[in-house]
Design a protein around this ligand. Structure first.
Ligand SMILES: Cc1ncc(COP(=O)(O)O)c(C=O)c1O
Length: 396
């Protein structure tokens, strides 16, 4: 049976991690895989999560199956986090939601739902977008296309070109937008630009599909939800794939949420039944553990405050590292201005250098990041930033 299968090249990011592990240079620097790291280069368990785990261990009495939609307290807490307290669409029973195994699981089941709605729907993604969007959506059998997003030459969003393309997309198609902290570029729409995009969505009738994987890593948990909430306010139908991997640090527990805002409350149970049937046909039901932890955190004032403070701390650390990198690049004689890195948000930045320069800094200085020039800002620390900037300057 298996003899027909060709071996596939390793995923570029996972291949890079393997190359990093194999590198014996004691001063090697890993800016590849998208995981938050502290000053010591560790990814510790978030304090509020550790406390929630202790409580769950005390209170959990069974490992029987949970319901197909997942942990209800998790879903309610997440809807409030994503859409705001007392969101009118939620109050009007216009929101269906199902817990999913990670943001990836949510993206995939939502893609399957789109396929059931419209076999011919095309999903438009930003150029560039997170590489895994392509298989997650494409493997559901949907066609993909791109809208212009980022210009490496000017290190800025190509907003006019983006809007021009969005104005040509018809009803029945879908536009994938990053809620905040765009992966891979770190370049986010301003609130005014979100308003213009929402207006085009209204006029054209295409469906906004929002990927929210970094809420709280941009400005703060509320501000980062601006575009997503605006879309829900502006158009009748929106779908959202949310992830708790980064902001709760629950990567391996696979905690996500698929949200479907419907045009009217009569459609909500129908959409809910469809998405649950899709999940049943793939993995039956989501893992409970991570959702149960988020439920505990979001429904305890003290734990929630502690979690918010930790999100603030992660975000502020990354913001400070951006500023430090920009300063060090200038101090070490970079031939161009890197201050655009300060304007980008979240865990990633495009350094806007060439693949050849990325490969040279890897080969000559053991600095690892993907050829697109996307770096994980959280991989920088006070001990490596000087060496990193010198290495970068040496290949420019
Ligand atoms: C843009 C984006 N969307 C979704 C995800 C999904 O994350 P997970 O499946 O780990 O929750 C990620 C993770 O890196 C991401 O960067």
């Amino acid at each position: 049976m298996f003899e027909v299968l060709p071996a596939l090249a390793p995923d570029p990011i996972l291949g890079l991690s393997a190359a990093f592990r194999a590198d014996t240079n004691p001063n090697k620097i890993d800016l590849g895989v998208g995981v938050y790291k502290d000053e010591q280069g560790n990814t510790p368990i978030v304090g509020a999560v550790a406390q929630a785990q202790a409580r769950l261990l005390e209170s959990e009495t069974s490992k029987t199956y949970i319901t197909p939609q997942g942990v209800q307290g998790y879903i309610d807490g997440m809807l409030e986090l994503l859409l705001g307290k007392g969101n009118p669409a939620v109050l009007a029973n216009r929101v269906a939601a199902v817990q999913a195994p990670g943001g990836c699981g949510a993206l995939r089941i939502l893609a399957e739902l789109l396929k059931r709605c419209n076999d011919n729907a095309k999903v438009w993604v930003s150029d560039p977008t997170w590489a895994n969007h392509i298989p997650l959506i494409g493997n559901a059998g949907l066609a993909l296309d791109t809208y212009p997003y980022f210009d490496k030459a000017t290190a800025s969003i190509r907003f006019d070109a983006m809007l021009d393309t969005l104005k040509t997309i018809p009803k029945g198609d879908v536009v994938l937008l990053h809620a905040c902290c765009h992966n891979p570029t770190g370049a986010d729409l301003t609130q005014d630009q979100w308003r213009q995009v929402a207006e085009v969505a209204q006029q054209q009738g295409w469906l906004p599909f929002i990927d929210s994987a970094y809420l709280g890593f941009g400005d703060d948990l509320e501000t980062d939800a601006f575009g997503m909430r605006l879309m829900v306010e502006s158009v009748p139908e929106v779908i959202i794939a949310a992830s708790c991997s980064k902001n709760f640090g629950l990567y391996r527990e696979r905690v996500g949420l698929a949200v479907m805002v419907t045009e009217n409350s009569a459609q909500t149970p129908i959409v809910q039944s469809q998405i649950q049937a899709i999940a049943r046909g793939i993995y039956s039901m989501p893992p409970s553990y991570g959702g149960a932890l988020v439920d505990i955190i979001l429904h305890d004032d003290a734990l929630k405050a502690s979690w918010v403070a930790e999100v603030d701390e992660m975000r502020n650390r990354m913001r400070d590292l951006r500023a430090l990198l920009v300063t060090k690049m200038a101090e070490n004689g970079a031939p161009k201005d890197f201050s655009f890195v300060n304007d980008q948000k979240g865990m990633f930045s495009f350094l806007c250098i060439t693949p050849e320069q990325v490969q040279a800094v890897r080969a000559e200085h053991s600095v690892y990041f993907v050829d697109s020039s996307r770096v994980n800002i959280a991989g920088i620390n006070l001990s490596n930033v000087d060496a990193l900037s010198k290495a970068l300057v040496s290949v420019l």
